[in-house]
Design a binder for this molecule. Structure first.
Ligand code: DOR
Ligand code: ZN
Length: 439
């Protein structure tokens, strides 16, 4: 056997269980897994003794901002936060300023990101103005099209159907945010006066709007789409009937509308947090294998914006790269959440969504992307120590049991014991066909 660059040791998750093992890495690829006694010689050995090593976490739904929203997050801070949360690959959403809805804007965004990212990063594009622009966008390496409620839930123009068909024909993803704007507008009318605070958020954006959107989308565009951040078992059932793939965000799995009432604006997110009973049904759905993809929907805003008083002015979104996986580990300890199901939903599930066989499993021949965690370490969440620019969290002050200790991308330790270990630009642009340069 040839010599490897690096040998990692720890309790490795492979072949469906945790085993004490070594991982040999050559040129960023896993070339050996097995017992230390059989391991090849190495240049460097990194001992993760007593720690768990799983395939690198993948998040297919995040907001890294940048461009004109750098005050909320930039590609460096966002991907440092991702690495600190154990993520090795993240996919960025297009609802930026300006929206990433043309080839030119996609190229500008990729150019800005390329020099700053420290984890591998892919990009979705938003609804382009014209079908001809969609033709150009599907020639880039972008992952696909993200559609927001405003894009499709009123009268659907023929040009949008054409755009969706172009994206489908190119084998790119169609991801949509299911909430029916007409229902939300109707509900908002119940409060013609100025609304203060966020108590009415769940009333204004009810589950009914999510369920309706899953049907509206199906009727307008047919199947072959991915419904993101579903918030209820009923939505999961409907998505399945309509033939959509789907994910659930960690926010809806770990927080409820009680947190919104308690913590206010920082828990305002679209779709809204639901009841504890609904959350419990999501946990059971994860446990029984109905949820195969989890996302963070990391959505940073400034604390000043989150502290605004008028309901309509408080932006929606929860920053959570650095708490998402630990919150899941904590739920494993405290509520019996199925840890194997959760790990798969952040690794194998997203890898299958991307159709990328070199990701999502610790297997010889795969990219050496690894997430290393301590299952038992208890730590207090201190948002002031976060890498994200959004230094607040629904978990602030809470003690979580389970902590990310290291993140390895293509065999290189990018994060360890609280510190970022690589330079800006270490991350690669991820696109259709895998990592490497854009276009
Ligand atoms: O809560 C949300 N925040 N929902 C969205 O759809 C957008 C996101 C954001 O960009 O902040
Ligand atoms: Zn989002």
């Amino acid at each position: 056997m040839t010599r490897v660059d690096t040998l990692f040791t720890g309790r490795v998750y492979y072949e469906g269980e945790f085993k004490e093992a070594c991982i040999g890495v050559e040129d960023g690829i896993i070339s050996f897994i097995g017992k230390e006694a059989n391991a090849p010689s190495y240049d460097e050995k990194i001992d993760f003794k007593g720690l768990f090593i799983i395939p690198g976490l993948i998040d297919i739904h995040a907001h890294l901002r940048g461009v004109r929203l750098k005050h909320k997050e930039d590609f460096f801070t966002g991907t440092c936060a991702a690495a600190a949360g154990g993520f090795t690959l993240v996919l960025d959403m297009p609802n930026t300023d300006p929206p990433t809805n043309s080839r030119l804007r996609m190229m500008e965004k990729v150019e800005e990101a390329e020099t700053q990212i420290i984890v591998d990063t892919g990009f979705y594009f938003g609804r382009p103005e014209e079908a001809s622009e969609a033709e150009k966008l599907v020639k880039t390496r972008a992952i696909g099209l993200k559609l927001y409620p405003e894009d499709y839930s009123k009268k659907v123009q023929p040009s949008l159907v054409e755009i969706v068909n172009i994206v489908k024909r190119s084998n790119r993803k169609i991801v949509f945010h299911p909430e029916d704007i007409s229902i939300i507008e109707q509900k908002r009318k119940a409060y013609p006066e100025m609304l203060r605070g966020v108590e009415k958020h769940s009333f204004i954006r009810p589950l009914e709007a999510e369920l309706s959107a899953l049907d509206v989308f199906y009727k307008s565009f047919g199947t072959s789409a991915h419904a993101t951040h579903l918030t209820s078992l009923e939505s999961i059932m409907k998505a399945r009937v309509n033939g959509f793939t789907y994910d659930v965000s960690v926010n809806h799995l770990t927080l409820t509308d009680n947190d919104l009432l308690k913590l206010g604006g920082i828990c305002k997110v679209n779709p809204p947090l639901r009841s504890p009973e609904e959350k419990q049904r999501l946990v059971e759905s994860l446990n029984n294998g109905m949820i195969t993809i989890l996302t963070t929907d990391h959505a940073p805003h400034t604390l000043e914006e989150k502290n605004l008083t008028l309901y309509d002015e408080i932006p929606s979104g929860i920053p959570c790269f650095e708490t998402a996986f630990p919150a899941i580990l904590d739920m494993f300890h405290k509520t019996g959440l199925n840890i194997h199901a959760a790990i798969k939903a952040f690794t194998r599930g997203p890898a299958e969504f991307l159709g990328d066989r070199r990701l999502g499993a610790v297997t010889e021949g795969n990219l050496a992307n690894l997430t290393v965690f301590d299952l038992k370490e208890e730590w207090k969440v201190r948002p002031e120590e976060f890498y994200t620019k959004a230094k607040y969290s629904p978990f602030a002050g809470r003690v979580l049991k389970g902590r990310v200790k290291a993140t390895v991308i293509r065999g290189v330790v990018v994060f360890q014991d609280g510190e970022i270990k690589v330079q800006r630009g270490f991350g690669k642009i991820y696109g259709i066909g895998g990592i490497n340069r854009s276009d």
